[in-house]
Design a binder for this molecule. Sequence first.
Ligand SMILES: [Ca+2]
Length: 325
Amino acid sequence: MAKKQVIIDTDCGIDDAQAIMMALAAPHIQVMGITCVFGNAAVENVCQNVLRVLSVCEREGIPVFRGSGGPLVGATKPVSDHFGTDGLGDVIKDKDPQWELKIQREHAVNAMIRLVTENQKQVSLVALGPLTNLALAVRLDPCFPQKLKDLYIMGGNMEGKGNVTLCAEFNFALDPESAYIVLEEFLCPTYLASWEYACRNALTWEFFEELINQDAAAAVFMKMITSKCWAYSKDAMRSKRDVYFGPGFVSYDAYAMSACIDGSVVTERIECPVRVELQGSMSRGMMALDRTNELKKSHSVFVLTKCDVAKLGQLLMASLRQPKK
Ligand SMILES: [Ca+2]
């Protein structure tokens, strides 16, 4: 069977690392390239994080491209308090001084357009960070979205609950204009794993312990980078997530990636138009669902609502049993 071709666009924090490993572990997925964007860390750190993940999994042959270092509008502001300054928990000591030589010279946005143009209607794009590279791609090549097979996004929210601001989710809040452009102009089939979708389908902390204590290099790496990170603290009620949804282990980007790898992981979804708020003083970056079509948009997206948590757990478990010998 032909493999499913995937490009991963990432702001490689810890949950991105989990999602990338999930794709690498899936036997029917071919990762064509990984494009980097600012977000959980500066884009230079993101590039190094992706290289590190590929090295742990012994998959260094996959090309890595540097992309946008900041949002379309406003100052660059990578967020460093969630997964540490470097995005991977600030525990990696042996940084690779040669990392820049291992990054492709082609810009991430050009690479995305080239790979998708060469393989029209074949490529699934999985976007795990701010959507800046995607917005730039459609500006450089207006036909880019229609050349995609489909698009999976981790980002946005469906109940107006925000994790970084009162009403906005991290990836959309960091670049609202790009999120707006993508959800208005990418007319390919689009699947959205929102913040609430992830939080409402949490795994248990007992599962997390089992996950990171497997006997494989990827699990050892994951145990190390989550060891000093407050986002992986099991103390209840420390985050907005706990206040809204109760305690649990939530690997955000894994929800979008799992939907791409195995559509049956998603058991319920809403099909409707959506739009990103750009103006609101409290709601800038929030995604609104238009279930009664007040906006008269012609394009709908699939907003994921329920997940087969057992299947998601199996994909996560397999993701940390790497490299394959
Ligand atoms: Ca991410």
